[in-house]
Design a protein. Structure first.
Length: 502
């Protein structure tokens, strides 16, 4: 009964007309940035974070930002199928068979299958989120400082293991993020740290300036530098609805991919990317005609698209129950909570039930809006691909600077955006993934605070992290994850999984 009561509360929030409009705005924006290669939901949410400061209702702000994220999972498949150019990294595997279907005149069927699979998976995964979140949040209330420290360590180690590219570079980005997160006056003593005498740094770095620079501006510079990401090829689309035989073929892949994506979505790092690749590998293994894969297999579209959308929904579980982001978009959602004056964590479900359950219920509303919008608007998304980047990018930069400045009325934040934009571009060119940097920046202060609290409570005894059962188990899991990741066989498989994304 508690679940039904909570869902009733959630739908009473999600179905308010203004929240429906914000959900619609979010999923439309998400689909649009998923369609446009090189932008993506991370950069978009980072750019829009300053705007949410002016929202009267934090529920509306979070509903819109969440809609951008899972809407981008829908939109990313459009360019993957039509142009063989994934708008989202998780849609890279969809391009393998989706584009082959488009070349053989079945683009409409591929797009319809992607939309239907995404809708079913997103709906089921939202049920998983609604069922799993309350007991996990209740369990998290028993966590002390030692347990939270160990949980953050596990999350950071997991993000290193699941980050694309070199693990050593991912570790370096985590450390850099933690160092940037500790910049400013110490909370306990007031002593300036790493400020180099610059008074503007005493309050620490702006999360919004860092996120907008590293993800928004850096992505623009990367696209301007690499003309291959701005390729233009427009396809004509017809015959949108699959046949009965094709619908029967996708039922089992969608079911398997939904379960797989729901499980992998809670992993730190690229859970939605891994879900897509894992689903494709599973479908190819169980198929009666594995040679069809790579040449237009409809299961090769239905499985990955269902998996990445299921993962997109369940990635909210660690955020809403533990206050820990599973990947960069969730880290930005943490920033949105903080901007609204809310401390993310298990207490949020108790103190702000209308917000949490309104957000969960809005995902059902968003999935319905997406399936109703995506198929009729496919022609619009295709035409969007013709927008010149010379027009699009200056507009994005201007709005990013205006939004960041308006948040604190501080011109120094605009300079910080420019600095971190250049830094992000340099890191990308050096083969370093910026995502672990953002996770380190968000989790670094939490790591330091709980380390100090645990040591204060234990009077400086570090064994408290190992003698407390939950903390010891979490640190053990972190050690296992680190050891397994460096094994040669695992490293080779990991490189293969992320090769297409790069």
């Amino acid at each position: 009964m508690d679940l039904l009561d909570n869902l009733a509360l959630g739908f009473s929030q999600a179905l308010q007309w203004h929240n429906i409009m914000f959900c619609l705005l979010g999923v439309v924006l998400g689909t649009a940035v998923g369609v446009l290669p090189g932008i993506g939901p991370t950069a978009t949410i980072a750019l829009l974070l300053p705007i949410t400061f002016g929202f009267d209702d934090p529920t509306s702000a979070l509903i819109m930002l969440a809609g951008i994220y899972y809407g981008a999972q829908y939109g990313g498949s459009t360019t993957a199928i039509l142009l063989n150019l994934p708008g989202e990294s998780s849609a890279a595997v969809t391009a393998i068979d989706g584009h082959e279907m488009a070349r053989s005149g079945r683009a409409g069927v591929a797009l319809a299958v992607a939309a239907l699979g995404s809708f079913v998976a997103g709906t089921v995964a939202t049920v998983v989120l609604a069922v799993a979140a309350p007991p996990l949040a209740q369990a998290a209330l028993s966590f002390g400082a030692a347990e939270y420290f160990s949980l953050v360590v596990l999350g950071l180690i997991g993000s290193i293991a699941l980050a694309s590219g070199s693990m050593l570079k991912a570790l370096a980005m985590i450390v850099l993020g933690i160092l940037l997160g500790t910049l400013g006056q110490d909370l306990y003593t007031g002593t300036p740290r790493f400020t180099f005498g610059v008074r503007e740094l005493y309050q620490g770095l702006s999360f919004v300036a860092l996120a907008v620079g590293v993800f928004g501006i850096a992505e623009i510079l990367r696209n301007l530098h690499d003309p291959r990401t701005r390729t233009r090829m427009v396809s004509r689309v017809a015959n949108l609805w699959p046949t009965r035989a094709e619908l029967r073929r996708i039922v089992a892949p969608v079911i398997r991919a939904t379960g797989l994506g729901s499980l992998l979505g809670v992993l730190p790092g690229g859970g939605h990317v891994l879900a897509s690749y894992a689903s494709y590998a599973v479908e190819k293994r169980v198929s009666r005609n594995p040679r069809e894969f790579g040449h237009g297999a409809i299961e090769g579209v239905a499985g990955p698209e269902s998996a990445n959308n299921a993962a997109a929904q369940t990635s909210f579980i660690p955020l809403l129950t533990l206050g820990l982001p599973a990947h960069p978009v969730m880290a930005l959602m943490v920033g949105a909570f903080i901007i609204q004056g809310i401390t993310p964590g298990p207490d949020v479900m108790i103190e702000q039930p209308a917000l949490v359950w309104g957000l969960i219920a809005s995902m059902w509303v968003g999935n319905v809006l997406l399936v109703l919008l995506n198929l009729p608007l496919i022609g619009l998304w295709v035409r969007m691909l013709t927008v010149p980047y010379s027009v699009l990018f200056p507009i994005i930069v201007v709005f990013a600077c205006i939004g960041t400045y308006s948040l604190g009325q501080n011109p120094y934040d605009v300079l910080a955006v420019a600095f971190f934009g250049l830094l992000g571009f340099v890191l990308i060119r050096a083969g370093c993934e910026p995502a672990p940097l953002l996770l380190g920046f968000v989790l670094g202060p939490l790591l330091e605070e709980n380390l100090r609290r645990a040591l204060l409570i234990s009077r400086g005894d570090p064994s408290v992290f190992f003698t407390r059962p939950i903390s010891g188990v979490l640190l053990g899991l972190a050690l296992v994850a680190l050891v397994v990741t460096v094994l040669p066989t695992i490293r080779r498989k990991r490189d293969v999984v992320f090769a297409e994304e790069e």
